[in-house]
Structure formats: C-alpha cells, structure tokens
Design a protein around this ligand. Structure first.
Ligand code: GSH
Length: 209
C-alpha cells in the first residue's frame, strides 16, 4: 500500500489526488488535521521533518512536495509517459510550468490571501497586482494552446488547475484572462478525478467565509 497523508482542501494535496486518479494508482488516505497541529507530532515528523502535507510513503520512500510526488507516481506506476513525457524537451516544458506554479502562481496566491484568512490581516494591493501579473503570465503561456505544456494533458495541467481553481474559489476574477478561463473550463471537463478537486475546494471554501 501507498500511504498518503493529506487534507482534502489543500491545493497541493488536491493535485496529488487528481494525478493518482490519472495514473490509476490507489492511495491509502490518511487525514492530517493541520488545525490541531497533527503535522507537528513526533510520529509525523519522523515521516516528514518539514511537516508539510501532501506526504507520500511508498515502502522505504517518504516523499513530500506535491510536484515531486506526482512525477514519482507517473514514473513508477504510469502505464505510459504521456502525463510526464520522457522526451527531454517535452519534459522540460512540463517542469517549467510546474516550477512556475510552485514558485510564482501558487506562491503569489498564498502571499496575498493567507495573511487575510489566517491572520485577519488587511489586503495588500501590491500583492494583488503580483497575483494579477502571475495569472497574466499563465494567460500568455496558454495563447493558442489547449494544454499548459505541449499538445496533450500533463502533470502541468493538473498542478496548475489545483491552483487556478483556488484563485476562482477565492473570488479572483478569471474572466479578464480569456486563455486561462478557456483552459480552466476544459480542465474541469477533462482532468481525471476533477470531482475530487471540487470536493476538496468545498472544504477549502470554509476558510473564506
Ligand atoms: N510546496 C509544497 C507542496 O506543493 O507540497 C507546499 C506544502 C504545504 O505548504 N502544505 C501546507 C502544510 O502542510 C498545507 S497546504 N502546512 C502545515 C505546516 O507547514 O506545518
């Protein structure tokens, strides 16, 4: 069995759940209650000293960082390489989009919204502009493209849609970014396990009210 430590509302956890579905691999789900600090308990720190979810345990391997996890799932259990192509140039593009998602798109979402949600801090307009710039970059990458990297569904789409659906849930207006809006509705219809993302978003939503 592959143990998967997660919370349904967490964006990086939602990305792993969708990727597992797309690969066709079963995960043994283990909830980690961040609100009560379960991730800081010695048992969990033994598994992941960085105390983040998602965390996956497959035999001797303990792995965290959602994008590292989803790449592993395809490489180890994928029947084909289509979600994470072996071709160097194709894979490079998927990696670029995944790093963009982690370092820019999701990071700017968290920088703007999380102080407001978790610390009741006032909104910072400079950080809002940064978020708009990031979604603008994605809109440019998607010009003339159906998918985020190359011409079929990859891990880039899965991780990016976990983030963009979080923007949508937070009330960020995606209609100003037509390529993003079109790609997002296509993802909703075609990404395997998108219903799991929707269910997770419903949990995440509780923090926004
Ligand atoms: N870049 C990481 C990934 O993509 O997996 C982010 C992981 C992360 O920050 N997870 C949050 C967490 O576990 C929840 S969404 N926070 C609890 C903690 O850091 O103690």
């Amino acid at each position: 069995t592959i143990d998967f430590y997660y919370l349904p509302g967490s964006a990086p956890c939602r990305a792993v759940l969708m990727a597992a579905k797309a690969v066709g691999v079963e995960l043994n789900l283990k909830l980690v209650d961040l609100m009560s600090g379960e991730q800081l308990k010695p048992e969990f720190l033994k598994i992941n000293p960085q105390h983040t979810i998602p965390t996956l345990v497959d035999g001797d391997l303990s792995l965290w960082e959602s994008r590292a996890i989803i790449a592993y799932l395809v490489e180890k259990y994928g029947k084909t390489d289509s979600l994470y192509p072996k071709d160097a140039a194709k894979r490079a593009l998927v990696n670029q989009r995944m790093y963009f998602d982690m370092g820019t798109l999701y990071d700017r979402f968290a920088t703007y919204y999380y102080p407001q949600i978790f610390a009741k801090a006032p909104a910072n307009p400079e950080n809002f502009k940064k978020m708009e710039e990031a979604v603008g970059f994605l809109n440019t990458f998607l010009e003339g493209q159906t998918y985020a990297a190359g011409d079929s569904l990859t891990l880039a789409d899965i991780t990016l849609v976990a983030t963009i659906s979080s923007y949508d849930l937070a009330g960020f207006d995606l209609s100003k970014y037509p390529n993003v809006a079109k790609w997002y509705s296509n993802c909703k219809a075609t990404v395997p396990g998108y219903d799991i993302n929707e269910a997770g978003l419903a949990e995440f939503k509780k923090f926004f009210s």
